[in-house]
Design a protein around this ligand. Structure first.
Ligand code: NAX
Length: 335
């Protein structure tokens, strides 16, 4: 074997995102066509049987890069020696459940997993948190793994970022049918992965044009922002189930870029720990910002962007929501 296998942990592996994600990781879509993978798959005990079925299917794909698979319901086994993790497993929001109830329900999962990561993960461990409320779960996980640097934990806003790009392409094509996804650069999602997220296109370009000029301010405010922010709900309404393949795809995009680097001249959105030194973002929350990845497993916040008052106000509101979420879980952050 050319390269030593990477240990990649996926939680919630028997769920619907897991069903799409695992096959693409095993296919080399994240770490490249030369990197063998060991998948460690965490589930709750009642879902172990379903996970067994997914494992049988993975086996039947005979992926050349899939060196081994280890299913478990024990976080310490799942994170043992892990280099990367996709933390997808969480309980879904049920009808009538407030956001605070969901935070309460899912928070303890990330306490337990953070503690296990602290004890047994590899030195170069990194995790993308997908399970909702993703930003606050990422914070809980990071704070319960005090020996792992906080910049190794990030929450996923890449699906929102991708949704923003797709909406821009659709609109721009009304005037120019040749516009493609590759023409759209420098979109930003600020803040929380929730309806207060701030999709910002004031720095974005579509080909050589400023995106805001290409699509118009009116459309941006009236259609784009609400469409991106409520897309998850629209998919549930149409499909009868929440986004799964697109969420798995976004997780793959996010970790691939984090591991291997962002394309030149562009950036991506990722919710990372705020130390309070950027763009007036409050300290101590996981806040989505534009980042570049040099390709060595690190990220850098894009500096020096001029933020207009309209976006600043929205950024303040989403920041306050994150602070309120933090207050709900303060007792889980002690580590
Ligand atoms: P599913 O309900 O299909 O799967 C979740 C899986 O997690 C289940 O198999 C469950 O048994 C497992 N699980 C629960 N507790 C666990 C624990 N303590 N350890 C390990 N596994 C555990 O949900 P799915 O559609 O796959 O979505 C998973 C999570 O992603 C949800 O929290 C969902 O809200 C969130 N999403 C986040 C997105 C984002 O952009 N950040 C977008 C997509 C998605 O909505």
């Amino acid at each position: 074997m050319a390269n030593k296998p990477l240990v990649v942990t996926v939680t919630g592996a028997a769920g619907q995102i897991g069903y799409s994600l695992l096959f693409r990781i095993a296919n080399g879509d994240v770490f490249g066509p030369k990197q063998p993978i060991i998948l460690k798959l965490l589930e709750i005990t009642p879902a172990m049987k379903a996970l067994e079925g997914t494992l049988m299917e993975l086996e039947d794909c005979a992926f050349p890069l899939l060196y081994d698979m280890i299913p478990t319901d024990d976080p310490k086994v799942a994170f043992d020696g892990a280099n990367w993790a996709f933390l997808v497993g969480a309980f879904p929001r049920k009808a009538g459940m407030e956001r605070a109830d969901l935070i309460d329900r899912n928070g303890p999962i990330f306490v337990e997993q953070g503690k296990a990561i602290n004890q047994v993960a590899a030195d170069d461990f990194r995790a993308l948190i997908v399970g909702n409320p993703a930003n606050t779960n990422a914070l809980i996980c990071a704070m319960n793994a005090p020996d792992v640097p906080r910049d190794r934990f990030a929450a996923m806003t890449r699906l929102d970022h991708n949704r923003a790009i797709a909406q821009l392409v659709k609109k721009a094509r009304e005037k120019d049918p040749d516009v493609t996804v590759a023409d759209v650069k420098r979109v930003i999602i600020w803040g929380n992965h929730s309806s207060t997220m701030v999709p910002d296109i004031y720095h974005a370009r579509i080909g050589r044009k400023k995106a805001i000029n290409a699509v118009g301010k009116r459309w941006y405010k009236k259609h784009f922002i609400p469409t991106v922010a409520t897309r998850g709900g629209a998919i549930i309404k149409a499909r009868g189930a929440s986004s799964a393949a697109s969420a798995a795809n976004a997780a793959i995009n996010a970790v691939r870029d984090w591991a291997l680097g962002t394309p030149k001249g562009d950036w991506v959105s990722l919710a990372v720990y705020s130390d309070g030194s950027h763009y007036g973002i409050p300290e101590g929350v996981m806040y989505s910002v534009p980042v570049t990845h040099p390709g060595d497993g690190t990220w850098q916040i894009v500096e020096g962007l001029e933020i207009n008052d309209e976006i600043k106000e929205k950024m303040r509101i989403t920041g306050e929501e994150l602070l309120r979420e933090r207050a709900v879980v303060e007792h889980l952050l002690k580590g």
